[in-house]
Design a protein around this ligand. Structure first.
Ligand SMILES: CC(C)(COP(=O)(O)OP(=O)(O)OC[C@H]1O[C@@H](n2cnc3c(N)ncnc32)[C@H](O)[C@@H]1OP(=O)(O)O)[C@@H](O)C(=O)NCCC(=O)NCCS
Length: 111
């Protein structure tokens, strides 16, 4: 069993401009991920996705992971079956303050 860690930081003012591009949004986010959220929330979700792909050492395939929020507000990562093969568990944490959003992802691999 191996544990892999990924982390990513996003500069929200620059990222906010990308959110004006509908093509970018459709390519990267599930509808549920941007519903009722502001740029800082979405930047956190983006950072979580980046951090996940860093952790598994793969090129980002954005829609293969989805960040969901539990009732308490705690984020969780849903990984598509295609990527799930060697993954036993994941955990994520998101934070934002002023111009930056940051996420850390832990991935527990089966072998
Ligand atoms: C909720 C909490 C994370 C907010 O921290 P903060 O310093 O004000 O804000 P941060 O920017 O660092 O974190 C915000 C992110 O934390 C995450 N978060 C929210 N609630 C959370 C929770 N219960 N557990 C873990 N992460 C949580 C979200 O991803 C949120 O980002 P979002 O608003 O874009 O969804 C912090 O109060 C905390 O860790 N509390 C302990 C857990 C807790 O209170 N649980 C309540 C059980 S009902």
């Amino acid at each position: 069993m191996k544990i892999r860690l990924g982390t990513d930081i996003v500069y929200i003012p620059k990222f906010g401009k990308l959110l004006e591009n509908e093509g970018f949004i459709k390519k990267v986010f599930h509808e549920s991920e941007c519903k009722n959220y502001n740029p800082e929330n979405i930047a956190g979700i983006f950072a979580a996705k980046e951090a996940f792909f860093k952790a598994i050492n793969k090129k980002p395939d954005w829609l293969k992971v989805e960040v969901k929020k539990q009732k308490t507000g705690r984020p969780i990562l849903m990984v598509s079956n295609e990527l799930k093969e060697n993954i036993e568990d994941t955990d994520i944490s998101i934070s934002h303050e002023k111009d930056y959003a940051l996420a850390t992802v832990l991935v527990k691999n089966v072998n």
